[in-house]
Design a protein around this ligand. Structure first.
Ligand code: FAD
Ligand code: SF4
Ligand code: SF4
Length: 650
């Protein structure tokens, strides 16, 4: 049998104030199987670690128990220390006598008894521990990025600039996402497209980035390091190798529909490129509105006028198969649907618009070329109300969370309105204004003072239409007065929700979302850019509402994490994972359904369950679910657990 050494830590007075260390050492020295036991004030200190190494070598210890703080803190420290003394790391275990004992008790006698009990149970466990080696798997150095807003663009550029190949897929005809729709950006008021389009061009020309627009993920299989993906590239009915982007087809196309890019305030054709700086700047045919497809081959004007014979009505959707090592999800956000805000007549009154529609009115490339015209009659609105938190922070009727960016874009909107219409009145209705980013409070103060904007504290109850005017019903919560405010146009700072299709995508990727559909990070503070499933990373507003600086930081963070993963040819994974005893497995498949990490699969031929080792997180769910006792966890088998329980109960 392996010789066991036990090292008891005082942790200053964290443990020794409640646990009588001398008594512990005396008792443990006599425990069957223990050949050496000692104590130290701080086992994790250099002298403490040296003491352990020396004992391993001199006493020829075969395994080590450290009685100290939680394994989540120093397990790695002590295992690495044992490796330096020539021991397999998995033959070192921690007995937690701090969080599970000294910190939660006051009676020294009882706490000492419990500490001894905890240590004895870990000695029983380690008696049956095996030497283990990490699970290793080769890594494919390519990366898939889903979504090409500023998050997807930034993360792709960071990964590609580090020398790795990136496959970037975007479901709309152009990259750029929401940022391409914005006019100027708070707090500096730079022109959004001016700072975005150079990055869009860089993506399209980067030798390490393969860009697939009008494309979505169709299927994914495999594990971290080795995913197989199928990408569906929708037929654009335009041969991009021939098309020069001259735009004649769009000009001549007789079908005009609401432009998604202009948020329904402008028109586009059935063959269209969403905006002048689109990347790629090649049109696509919207089959749902194209007369050729709706009326069985009638029309075809674009084909006739195209000087380069680039129109191909027979083009079919294409499935492209790729292999990648990691996936970054950057699918962004949408606004909470206007139709849900019936109390403000949103979606019913044309002059009640949302923030993105106002961005398009402000934008020089927008439907009014930067002039503020109200949608109902194209007149310049002389009094505009801006309402914050529409749909946000309203658990009773809408969404409970704060959408984080709306306060700031509302401040920006009121300020820019006054710049465009200096003799107009801007009235802001808000519960409060949250300005938590760098230079945001300064921008808010400047906008309020320079813009001469009236702030009213309170959330309007209703908006009704009277003739050509809108009347806002509100209580000023500072004065308690009931107000009826007439205005020409209302801009709603709508809540932010995940992109449509985010839930289906999460299901396909088998990664978690929160209850509102935002992709969940592995840990809210310590692992904010990783998902819970190895190999999947998160960037931008797909994870939670964010402004551009936070989106870009998170995108670079996700890229850095991916680059860490790709920094070696192989990845290692803890070997403390589930195993299957093939003789006992009945092939019931319960473990496959139970595993939250998709780490179980059936070997259909042999009718037994198997473990995808690289995916197993050793959570133990399958082991407790297995009715035939075939599933066991390495170094935490049923025998080990039974022996530990026996010693605790004796
Ligand atoms: P998005 O821009 O939404 O990009 C996501 C991309 O993913 C889209 O192109 C989408 O088509 C694509 N996609 C979605 N699902 C899929 C899928 N399944 N497959 C493939 N592609 C997919 N921030 C500031 O800092 N300053 C401002 O002044 C400012 N003004 C704003 C004004 C308004 C009215 C609003 C609503 C927001 C404003 N913001 C501002 C916030 C800013 O828009 C966001 O921080 C930023 O756009 C987030 O970028 P993203 O890449 O995470 O998401
Ligand atoms: Fe491309 Fe032909 Fe249309 Fe010109 S007319 S944009 S070449 S498809
Ligand atoms: Fe427009 Fe006609 Fe071409 Fe369809 S076929 S995109 S309707 S021009």
């Amino acid at each position: 049998m392996k010789k066991i050494g036990v090292f008891v830590c005082h942790c200053g007075r964290n443990i020794s104030a409640t646990v009588n260390i001398d008594n512990v050492v005396k008792k443990i020295k006599k425990y069957p199987g223990v050949s050496f036991c000692t104590d130290n004030k701080y086992m994790c200190s250099d002298p403490g670690q040296d003491l352990i190494k020396k004992a391993i070598k001199e006493k020829k210890l075969g395994s080590v128990v450290i009685a100290a703080c939680s394994p989540s803190l120093h397990e790695v420290t002590f295992r690495n220390n044992s490796v330096k003394a020539g021991l397999n790391p998995y033959l070192t275990e921690i007995a937690n006598i701090r969080e599970q004992c000294s910190w939660v008790h006051t009676n020294i006698e009882e706490a000492t008894k419990k500490a001894i009990n905890i240590i004895e149970s870990i000695i029983e466990k380690i008696k049956l521990n095996e030497s283990l080696s990490p699970v290793k798997v080769k890594v494919n150095p390519k990366v898939l990025v889903i979504g090409a807003g500023i998050a997807g663009i930034q993360t792709s550029l960071d990964v590609a600039n580090a020398g790795h190949k990136v496959i970037l897929i975007e479901r709309s005809p152009s990259i750029g996402g929401r940022m391409a729709q914005l006019s100027e950006t708070f707090p500096t008021l730079d022109c959004s497209q001016c700072i975005l389009t150079p990055k869009m061009v860089e993506v399209s020309q980067h030798k390490n980035i393969s860009l697939y627009t009008f494309s979505e993920l169709e299927e994914i299989s495999g594990n971290v390091g080795n995913f197989k993906v199928k990408i569906k590239k929708k037929a654009s009915c335009v041969d991009n190798t021939k098309c020069t982007g001259c735009g004649i087809c769009s000009e001549k196309c007789p079908v005009s529909v609401d432009s998604e890019f202009d948020e329904g305030l402008g028109k586009r054709k059935a063959i269209y490129s969403p905006f002048p700086q689109a990347v790629p700047n090649k049109p696509v045919i919207d089959k749902e509105n194209c007369t050729f497809f709706l009326k069985d081959g009638k029309c075809g004007v674009c084909k006739i006028v195209c000087p380069f014979e680039a129109i191909d009505f027979n083009q079919k959707d294409e499935i492209i198969e790729k292999e990648v090592g990691a996936v970054i999800v950057a699918t962004g956000y949408e606004l909470y649907p206007m139709k849900n805000i019936k109390e403000y007549g949103a979606g019913k009154y044309p002059d009640v618009i949302n923030g993105l529609q106002f961005e398009r009115l402000l934008s020089a490339s927008g439907p009014t070329e930067g002039e503020i015209h109200r949608p109902s009659d194209n007149k310049i609105p002389k009094r505009v109300a801006f309402i914050s938190c529409v749909g946000s922070r309203d658990p009773e009727h809408h969404l409970p969370y704060c959408s984080k960016i709306c306060c700031m874009y509302m401040v920006k909107h009121a300020f820019l309105y006054k710049e465009h219409v200096p003799d107009g009145e801007a009235i802001v209705f808000s519960i409060d204004t949250r300005t938590s980013g760098k230079d945001y409070e300064e921008f808010f103060t400047r906008a309020k003072e320079e813009g001469n904007i009236l702030y009213i504290r309170g959330k309007p109850a209703r908006i009704i239409k009277q003739g050509n005017e809108l009347v806002i019903w509100c209580i000023n919560t500072l004065t308690g007065k009931q107000l009826r405010v007439k205005c020409d146009m209302v801009v709603l700072s709508m809540a932010i929700v995940p992109s449509s299709g985010a839930l289906q995508l999460a299901k396909e990727l088998r990664i978690q979302t929160n209850s509102f559909g935002f992709f969940s990070e592995a840990h809210p503070k310590l692992r904010p850019v990783e998902s819970l499933v190895p190999g999947f990373y998160l960037a931008g507003t797909a994870q939670s509402p964010k402004d551009i600086p936070d989106t870009v930081s998170q995108a670079s963070g996700a890229a850095a994490k991916v680059l860490t993963l790709l920094s070696s040819d192989e990845i290692s994974h803890s070997p403390i994972i589930a195993t299957v005893n093939e003789e006992l497995c009945s092939g019931c498949g319960i473990c496959v359904e139970t595993c939250p990490y998709d780490a179980r699969e059936m070997d259909e031929e042999r009718q037994i369950a198997t473990v995808k080792e690289i995916l197993c997180e050793g959570c133990g769910a399958c082991i407790s679910a297995c009715p035939s006792g075939a599933s066991q966890q390495r170094n935490l088998t049923d025998d080990q657990i039974n022996n530990m329980i026996k010693v605790i109960l004796q």
